[in-house]
Design a protein around this ligand. Structure first.
Ligand code: ADP
Ligand code: MG
Length: 369
């Protein structure tokens, strides 16, 4: 039996380009070679696709990041469906450079291992859909919802699920409207308040506001990232994360992993704490929560996955209030970090599914759909 050709897509036109190089390197190394052959497609920071052609020997190297491959020949994913002779789908990439004119490359399934804007928000998934390409993870709708912290909360709230209390500010709101929002937030939530851009990641555009005076300046900063900004109650939060996986048995609800707790050593889980400080957070796996909390929060993570139209997999991040013991949805990540030390695969590892098995499951789900 010939092996299934897997196209790992990495890089991406997003602020999380570098994280992607690491996630994709782990995927390349740990893909089950008994079943799959690995191919690599690099998206540069301008959005051009390159046939990266990372050699198989990379799998044995000590490198933890896939290399930038902006010099590799440029290709395009042909946006109409293509099939093998037996009718099964294939994904075709055509070279753009004259040296390879007329030449194409083919794979059977795609793994988008990219994070953030243009990658995780449904944009790339729309291209895959046009080509009827099998790909891992959420489709257009789940990706777009997952990227938007405000729409996510609105849908979860509508389904009766607990979300961090919030208000919404728009870039066109008048000063008077914003002033009224501040009065309302202060009265309803008190300080600290979190101000955050609705569609960002990696704690970019997230601010902790402790005084009335800081509110407007921070809001203006957040508007540099997005015309929609959330104003949230600052929770004395224990940050509890779950990995959720679509159930291969369609008659069963999604599978939820053991939870983890992230305890940031910074004032909150900032960009620096995430990426520039190896001691930026302590990870507790499993999270030390009561059996009752575990049951309830597991159910919440599962419900959120369903309500937000997520497919394949996602990491669901909840807050557990240290004072009141109430718990809420903070956010979901439909393309969570996927390095061998990332939370998403690590939680499945302790729940009994190895990194390689997890990849196989994601690919099988993609091909089944
Ligand atoms: N309402 C809040 N109350 C307390 N801490 C918060 C709140 N919102 C965000 N944070 C802190 O900011 C971090 C980043 O915010 P988050 O909404 O998860 O955005 P991102 O998508 O960038 O991870 C969280 O991990 C948490 O430490
Ligand atoms: Mg987060």
């Amino acid at each position: 039996m010939s092996k299934i050709k897997v196209g790992i897509i990495y890089g991406g036109r997003s602020s999380e380009h570098e994280v992607s190089l690491r996630s994709a390197a782990s995927v390349f190394k740990r893909l089950d070679r008994a079943k799959y052959e690995a191919f690599t497609i690099y998206i540069d920071k301008k959005g051009a696709f390159h046939w990266a052609n990372i050699p198989e020997s990379f799998a044995q190297s000590n490198e933890s990041s896939l290399p930038l491959a902006g010099q590799a020949p440029e290709v395009v994913l042909l946006p109409r469906p293509h099939q093998h002779a037996d009718g099964s789908p294939k994904v075709v990439f055509a070279y753009l450079d004259p040296a390879h004119a007329g030449k194409t490359e083919e794979v059977d399934v795609l793994i988008p291992m990219v994070h953030g804007t243009n990658c995780e928000d449904g944009t790339l998934q729309g291209l895959f859909e046009s080509a009827e390409a099998p790909y891992t993870g959420s489709g257009v709708l789940g990706s777009a919802i997952g990227m938007d912290k405000e729409v996510s909360k609105r849908l979860a709230e509508h389904a009766g699920l607990p979300v961090v209390p919030y208000r919404v500010a728009r870039s066109w709101d008048s000063d008077a409207t914003l002033a009224a929002l501040l009065v309302d937030a202060e009265k309803s939530f008190g300080f600290p308040i979190f101000v955050k851009a609705a569609r960002e990641g990696s704690s970019v555009g997230v601010y902790k506001v402790k005084t009335r005076e800081e509110f407007l300046p921070r809001l203006k900063e957040a508007f540099r990232y997005d015309n929609k900004v959330l104003i949230e109650k600052g929770i004395a939060a224990r940050e509890i994360e779950f990995s959720v996986l679509e159930n291969p048995d369609r008659s069963q609800k999604p599978l939820v992993s053991t939870p983890a707790e992230i305890i940031p050593t910074h004032e909150f889980y900032t960009y620096d704490a995430k990426y520039n400080d190896e001691n930026g957070a302590i990870f507790k796996i499993p999270a030390e929560i009561t059996p009752e909390q575990k049951v309830k929060m597991t159910k919440l993570a599962q419900d959120i996955f369903i309500v937000l139209e997520i497919e394949g997999y996602a990491r669901v991040d909840l807050f557990l209030d240290k004072n009141s013991n109430e718990y809420y949805l903070n956010e979901v990540n439909t393309l969570p970090g996927f390095t061998s030390i990332s939370m998403f695969p690590k939680l499945w590892e302790v729940s009994g599914i190895s990194y390689s098995e997890l990849l196989t499951k994601l690919i099988e789900l993609a091909r089944k759909r």
